[in-house]
Design a binder for this molecule. Structure first.
Ligand SMILES: [Zn+2]
Length: 411
């Protein structure tokens, strides 16, 4: 991981004014001065920049209550505190006042922000400057983040997804398709198998980490792959009985129970407890059993599983199917006769976020956004919301019905 070293310093006034909180409104900003070496993760620095933008977005919103503004500012100040030297974090007043000054004055002075450091987020009237939106775009989030006052968690999720796909595209067209297939089919497993499957691409992608470090996925030293997505299932230990379920597929009925007093050296036996729970054998949670990071699973593996299910079903109907054409301008191209469906599968935990994600975007050729079947309720509303922009929203089942009807017509 890239890190940058900087000399952290004690905060001292960088502009004229006293220490009374009301002075902060006039622009007193503290910058640091005691040399000390500290390592800053560039992601943490970027999060701090975005936190400043979100704070400015909140302050500039006249419709937002003071209470909500204060809560958002505190949330953002927490992000800045994480990269500030211990004991030298800005006060709330300093932070708020600093939003009308160049961005570099809000971050420890030795962090190099380049020209971004010159950006002033709030103008003299307290309005959000156009540059603030540019900064957000450069950090992988759209203007919706500022208008809707996204939480830090939501920003991080959005950035993580964008970063993952940028890194995947760096692998080139062939590597991209191959890596997406591998991350879909092999999000967890033993090192030897993973090495063999990935071949020369190993370990360039996926953030594979030992499952032995994931207590939440273990029962007496064993882990269990979800039969649908193949990533480790969550273990919730009870007194004598544990529940084992997939975080994504529990709703679909992938859930088991297991006795916690399994014999030494033998994996606990899973008993189906959900309506869709085929047999699963335990695997040793040793250091050579690895799994992709939760973000990779969430943003690459899960949509991949949905896409591969669509692919298999459509091919079964006699359709022509192409996966991840053009490095992911969309995910699956399904063709039956002269009709085609360009599909973008979305396995998000919260489909409500989707309307925001597609805000301001449009497509000339209809793009089908496909959600898992259990998100049918969200589907109709989203379809109405996004139709004018060229999108159609369907569940996987609905799309397959459409493809099936077309396939019958062409026979
Ligand atoms: Zn699963």
């Amino acid at each position: 991981m890239n890190t940058e070293r900087y000399h952290a310093r004690a905060w001292e006034p960088a502009a004229t004014g006293g220490s009374n909180p009301t002075d902060f409104v006039s622009g007193v900003v503290y910058r640091c001065v005691v040399p000390r070496t500290q390592i800053v993760d560039p992601h943490a620095r970027d999060s701090a920049v975005v936190a400043c933008c979100l704070a400015a977005g909140a302050v500039s919103d006249a419709a937002l209550s003071d209470r909500r503004k204060a809560a958002i500012l505190m949330d953002c100040l927490g992000v800045l505190a994480a990269i500030s030297p211990p004991g030298q974090v800005m006060t709330f007043g300093q932070f708020r006042a600093g939003l009308t000054r160049p961005l570099r004055e809000l971050l420890p002075a030795t962090i190099d922000l380049g020209s971004t450091g010159d950006v002033v987020l709030l103008d003299a009237e307290g309005m959000l400057s156009p540059e603030a939106e540019d900064v957000c775009h450069e950090h992988f989030i759209g203007c919706a983040a500022l208008d809707q006052h996204w939480s830090q968690a939501r920003v991080r999720a959005e950035q993580e997804e964008q970063r993952l796909y940028l890194a995947l595209r760096d692998l080139g067209a062939v590597g991209y398709t191959r890596a997406r297939e591998l991350l879909t089919d092999n999000p967890a497993g033993d090192l030897r198998t993973l090495r063999r499957k990935w071949d020369e691409l190993w370990p360039r992608f996926g953030d594979y980490t030992p499952i032995s470090g994931w207590r939440w996925a273990q029962l007496n030293g064993w882990w269990f792959a979800c039969p649908s997505c193949h990533w480790p299932m969550r273990v919730i230990e009870g007194d004598r009985l544990a529940t084992v379920r997939c975080d994504a597929h529990d709703l679909r009925g992938i859930r088991y129970t297991a006795q916690t007093d399994n014999a030494e050296g033998k994996p606990p036996v899973l008993q189906p407890a959900g309506r869709d729970a085929p047999p699963v054998a335990g695997q040793p949670a040793t250091s050579d059993h690895l799994a992709v990071s939760r973000s990779v699973w969430r943003y690459v593996t899960l949509p991949g599983v949905l896409e591969c299910e669509l692919r298999d079903h459509a091919r079964g109907l006699g359709a022509q199917v192409e996966m991840w054409p053009d490095c992911d301008s969309y995910d699956v191209l399904i063709e039956v006769g002269s009709k085609e469906w360009r599909v973008d599968a979305k396995a998000w935990a919260s489909p409500d976020r989707l309307a925001d994600a597609f805000r301001g975007k449009s497509t000339a050729v209809p793009l089908y956004i496909v959600l898992p079947d259990h998100q049918q309720c969200a589907c109709t509303a989203l379809d109405e919301q996004l139709r004018a922009q060229g999108y159609r929203v369907r569940t996987a089942g609905q799309l397959m019905d459409e493809v099936g009807r077309e396939a019958r017509k062409t026979r």
